[in-house]
Design a protein around this ligand. Structure first.
Ligand SMILES: [Zn+2]
Ligand SMILES: [Zn+2]
Length: 144
């Protein structure tokens, strides 16, 4: 596994470092983790890592195209390794659970604005808000 991460880091033009490998490892096990979750996971492997180092690694991975940052309104930024496919997210309003959903229609941008106002659109970022199955059931199946 680490060989693969190392190769991917090199391909992205990033130096292979222990903190980067460990952040990649944490993200692989926790898709859509927020920064605090990544810090906790990375420090479980390397207790000497500072939160600042982990935040820096996350920024480097996002700029290098190895990770994607998603920012649902009102929630902390979330990080994931599934990049490059313009997939969308379902977010639970109650517990914050996040699930991946493929593009609404075909390739990016899967949605075309009714009036692009002269913009050349290359990506549509869609968040579907609602209740996850567990939260829906807790509420007796009734939508609040
Ligand atoms: Zn929920
Ligand atoms: Zn995702």
């Amino acid at each position: 596994m680490e060989t693969t991460w190392a190769d991917q880091l090199r391909t992205a033009g990033l130096r292979v470092t222990r903190p980067r490998l460990s952040v990649l490892d944490v993200l692989a096990g926790h898709p859509h983790a927020d920064a605090d979750t990544v810090v906790t996971g990375a420090r479980a492997q390397h207790p000497t890592l500072s939160p600042q180092t982990v935040y820096g690694v996350l920024d480097a991975l996002v700029s290098g195209g190895l990770a994607r940052r998603i920012e649902p309104a009102g929630a902390p930024a979330l990080f994931e390794l599934r990049v490059g496919d313009n997939h969308h997210h379902l977010v639970c309003r109650s517990c914050g659970a996040v699930a991946d959903v493929d593009c609404a229609v075909g390739a990016a941008p899967c949605l075309i604005p009714s009036d692009p106002a002269g913009f050349v659109v290359d990506e549509a970022e869609v968040v579907f808000w609602g209740l996850c199955r567990a939260c829906h059931e807790i509420r007796g199946g009734a939508i609040a």
